[in-house]
Design a protein around this ligand. Sequence first.
Ligand code: 5GP
Length: 197
Amino acid sequence: MSNPGLLLVICGPSGVGKTTITGQVRKILSALFSVSMTTRPRTAADTDGVDYHFVDIPTFQKARDEGKLLEWAEVFGNFYGTPREPVDQAVKDGRVMILEIDVQGAIQVKKLFPAAFSLFVLPPSEDELLRRLRKRQREDEATIQRRFRKAKDEIAMAKACGVYDVFLVNDDLDQAIAEAVRIVREELTKRQAATGA
Ligand code: 5GP
């Protein structure tokens, strides 16, 4: 039976737990991960070439202008983009490839690859999201409020844009991971059945 592969787009606002969910889904399903290019400064938690390709603005602009990015967006004043070649290769090889990108990027990917499967991670409530953003102790209160406002906009945009196949509420992290894995496995089985028929 041929393997149809899957472009899996995972989105969600800051603080919702999407990076942890993405990491676990990736591990459990032996999926590939699209390493984005970004101009945002590298933090102590980031490994260059693993979490992101950290580049300066001219390098990013050159890659974008040469068509080497599948999609790109400006988020919190920094550029982020998905390198095109690894995604094309993963699709060709029938692999599961995860793109952890923002809503603007997801809209662009869905236009290019209508078969992409998109999952949006939601917090259980706005209050809980604010609590989680504060608990990370990464930013000052003004930045937290900015991220919180952006999160609310992003959730509204995600619900309105019609791009998402699934909304997953991350109340309990382990349950959310298990649910994400179940949903992706179900989707893969469906697609395998469709191509194998
Ligand atoms: P962070 O700087 O916190 O890692 O990411 C900020 C936001 O940018 C997150 O919503 C993340 O999903 C998004 N992002 C990361 N890489 C890309 C990308 O290649 N394209 C787009 N459109 N968004 C991205």
